[in-house]
Structure formats: C-alpha cells, structure tokens
Design a protein. Structure first.
Length: 123
C-alpha cells in the first residue's frame, strides 16, 4: 500500500468484500455474529469472521465477549468506525445513481432510507 495516499489508506480499511456492509449494519446498532450472518447471507462464516477481525484490528469496531454458555459475542463501531457514515452514504448514493442509469432499482439490505432516517439524517 502507498502509505501516503489517502484513497489507498481508506480502501485498505474498508475495501474487503463485506467490510462496507458490516460497517453499514453496525452504524446504529450493536449486533451479534448470527445477526450479521442473517444480514449478509452471502458471506461464509469463515469470511465474515475474517472481515470482522480485520475491522477490529484496524480500530473500526469492538468485539465484546460475554462469559456465558453458549458464548455471546457482540460487535459495535468505535468512534473511528462511526466516522465512516458520510463515506458509506456517499458510496450508497453514487451506486444508486449508477444502478438507476442502467435501469436497475436499488434493492438490498443496505436500505438508505431506514438507515439514515433512523439516525436523524435526511436521505
């Protein structure tokens, strides 16, 4: 990675196959692994675990383990992770315009209206 390039640095943090989706779903919620699996069914458990670990190592999210049987693990965003909100919003908006230009209606679990209305922002 070119360590002096802001775009390369940002993409290194969020450029994994499922990282942006993980971050999106954690914007306003603390979620367990199983909940993330349901929200991102394309991700295998191994890949989801890998992406979560990388995001944790990069300081984007925290992993809270509760000493229970069965084990309970929750994921939430750090302040750094929460700061990605406007970037994800911009990427969503750009992608939606791109799909619309091809005659495709945006329809996925990363619904911008519910995510940003819930956070008190306008869509």
């Amino acid at each position: 990675m070119d360590e002096n390039c802001p775009v390369a640095a940002a993409l290194e943090l969020i450029g994994g196959k499922y990282k942006a989706r993980i971050l999106w779903h954690l914007l306003d919620a603390t979620l367990r692994f199983g909940q993330l699996r349901k929200l991102i069914p394309q991700a295998t458990p191994k890949m989801l675990t890998q992406q979560l670990r990388e995001l944790e190592e990069d300081g984007m999210l925290t992993r809270m383990v509760y000493a229970e049987v069965p084990p309970k693990v929750e994921y939430s965003l750090t302040a750094r992770g929460k700061s990605i909100r406007p970037v994800l919003r911009a990427v969503y908006d750009w992608g939606e315009r791109y799909l619309n230009s091809k005659g495709i209606k945006a329809d996925c679990s990363m619904n911008v209206l519910s995510r940003f209305d819930k956070a008190g922002e306008s869509p």
